[in-house]
Design a protein around this ligand. Structure first.
Ligand code: ATP
Ligand code: ZN
Length: 279
């Protein structure tokens, strides 16, 4: 058994929107996990990698304090923590941000329908409710706007109805929550998705090699997600001979594409999902 210091600790969200995807991605990288009874740690069986299941807000702190080597968390949470730490005089806390292409959302400003909005200057002297004080304040500073930030830990979208704010600054994906609360999106502050962050502390050669391997596998997993392997017989120009063509397509292959290929003389068309890819 490896000593605990030699095992890689990855912080992932315990229960929430990122949990299933985060665990699934690591499993697709070949990691087999035993889930402990209390479900606070998942132990890696076939690699010296363990997952710590925590609240997403704690993940950047765990990584910056070197309690975990890696973390999987929304860029929105990373940015908020980074700005808060920088405001406290700390800088350069996470390394190697790697985008995972899930958990897509945006941190946006919204206002009750009918509110006049003609750009950031419309925020002047307004009250804006948010859980993202750091990102919002940074945005207001950059735009030289004097506005009041009102902290809400959750249910930010009800702040205007409560008379506590004129605008809100919150995460949006489909916009249905905004709509249900009579709000319209007016500005996007940050486009977010789940990312991998790594501690600034040196990991040691063995651990770093394993981290690199995992990142390379993640790359492979992400690349093949939509990829298809296409096989077909294509006619040579000038004679009746056919050649076998094998190709990888990085996106969904539509029936129309196959029909067009067939119309152009291709036969025996086959489209297969790609399971693994190593460039
Ligand atoms: P925790 O209990 O871990 O603090 P939470 O309630 O803060 O959970 P979730 O709602 O599970 O967090 O969201 C986790 C992350 O999912 C967000 O920080 C964000 O990066 C991403 N996300 C994607 N779409 C949305 C959305 N529509 N609303 C909120 N978060 C979203
Ligand atoms: Zn949270």
């Amino acid at each position: 058994m490896d000593s605990p210091e030699q095992r890689i600790k990855i912080a992932v969200q315990k229960t929430g929107r990122l949990t299933d995807h985060s665990v699934e991605l690591l499993e697709r990288c070949g990691l087999t996990l035993t889930k402990s009874k209390d479900q606070l740690i998942y132990y890696g069986e076939n690699m010296p990698i363990d997952l710590l299941l925590v609240r997403d807000d704690d993940i950047p702190g765990l990584v910056s304090e070197d309690i975990c080597d890696l973390g999987i968390v929304g860029l929105n949470v990373v940015e908020e923590k980074r700005l808060n730490l920088e405001a406290g005089g700390n800088a350069g806390l996470f390394k190697q941000i790697y985008e995972l292409d899930f958990g897509h959302c945006r941190l946006a400003l919204a206002a009750p329908e009918g509110t006049e909005y003609s750009g950031p200057e419309s925020l002047e002297k307004s009250r804006i409710a948010t859980s993202y004080i750091g990102i919002l304040s940074n945005y207001l500073n950059k735009n030289n706007i004097d506005a009041e930030t009102v902290y809400f830990s959750g249910a930010v979208e009800i702040a205007p109805k409560l008379g506590r704010a004129d605008f809100i600054c919150d995460l949006v994906s489909t916009g249905s929550t905004l709509k249900a609360n009579g709000l319209t999106e007016v500005e996007v502050l940050l486009e977010s998705e789940a990312v991998v962050i790594q501690t600034q502390a040196p990991l040691g050669a063995d651990k770093q090699a394993l981290v690199d391997k995992i990142l390379q596998r993640l790359d492979g997993v992400l690349q093949v997600r939509e990829s298809k392997y296409i096989m077909l017989h294509a006619p040579r120009s000038g004679n009746d001979e056919k050649v076998a063509v094998h190709a990888v397509c990085r996106e969904t292959v539509f029936w129309e594409t196959l029909e067009n290929l067939k119309a152009a003389g291709a036969s025996s068309l086959l489209v297969l999902p790609v399971e693994k890819m190593l460039a």
